[in-house]
Design a protein around this ligand. Structure first.
Ligand SMILES: [Zn+2]
Length: 245
């Protein structure tokens, strides 16, 4: 499991999760409008269920050439230790759903809730994906988190190779207001904005070049994986322990 890319290049991936949600509207088009206007290459981690229930929003995201679509499971279920087949099904069903809607998908999987059970490395290898969480989570699903707090959390927390998690599914209440300052703050620090596949490229290229595809995750080329910042679940916010959206 990776949480960020190598700390050697001044690039940051500001990424957006589309977890399934019953919130209406379950999409924040202002985010996509801004990213497109400012030509920000970025990655959307889309759950199969969200794409199926928000086909027009999904088409809007897919229509921008410098965005990429990555995996966020299907039903957004917890990855339960001891149940590798269920983990594999969550990845593959999500991928099938996105492809069924005509999307090209990059082989990067963000586990729902940042779950990291012991079997995930093997399951990801079987599915042909790289598992990626984040190292900067400003907690945007919490409606009490103000735009300035999100902005400060990202611009002060990000470093070379960072992966930031925000939400595009309407659960990031303050995210559209925070985003202009987030982008400007990162640029002011000399950090270039890039898609997750680019930030991870030195790691995934190395793994892909391996003959047996079974190199230990602790191989020298892999960055140190760390648990999600604060150990909180950005999909639910730091204070909520209720059922998933
Ligand atoms: Zn999620």
């Amino acid at each position: 499991m990776l949480a960020h890319g190598p700390r050697t290049e001044p690039v940051v991936a500001v990424t957006f999760d589309a977890c399934p949600t019953t919130r209406s509207p379950g999409f924040a088009p202002e985010i996509v409008d801004l990213l497109e206007r400012e030509k920000v290459p970025t990655t959307f981690f889309v759950s199969g269920r969200w794409a199926e229930t928000h086909p027009e929003a999904f088409a809007r995201i897919r229509g921008v050439a410098f965005f990429e679509i990555a995996l966020h499971g299907h039903r957004h279920r917890h990855l339960v230790p001891g149940a590798p087949e269920a983990m594999l099904a969550e990845i593959e069903q999500g991928r099938d759903a996105l492809r069924g809607l005509g999307a090209e998908v990059v082989p990067i999987f963000r586990p729902p809730y940042g779950d990291s059970p012991p079997e995930l490395a093997e399951v990801a290898r079987r599915a042909g994906v790289t598992a990626l969480t984040w190292d900067v989570a400003p907690g945007d699903p919490d409606p009490r988190v103000a735009p300035a707090t999100i902005q400060r959390g990202v611009t002060s927390g990000a470093q070379a190779g960072s992966v930031v998690v925000l939400h595009v599914n309407g659960r990031g209440i303050s995210t559209p207001k925070a985003l202009p300052g987030v982008l400007a703050g990162l640029r002011a620090r000399g950090l270039r904005l890039a898609r997750a596949s680019e930030v991870l490229a030195p790691c995934t290229t190395s793994a892909g070049a391996s003959d047996d595809r079974a190199a230990p995750s602790g191989s020298p080329a892999a960055p140190v994986a760390t648990p999600p910042a604060g150990g909180t679940d950005p999909a639910r916010g730091p204070s909520s322990r209720s059922a998933p959206p």
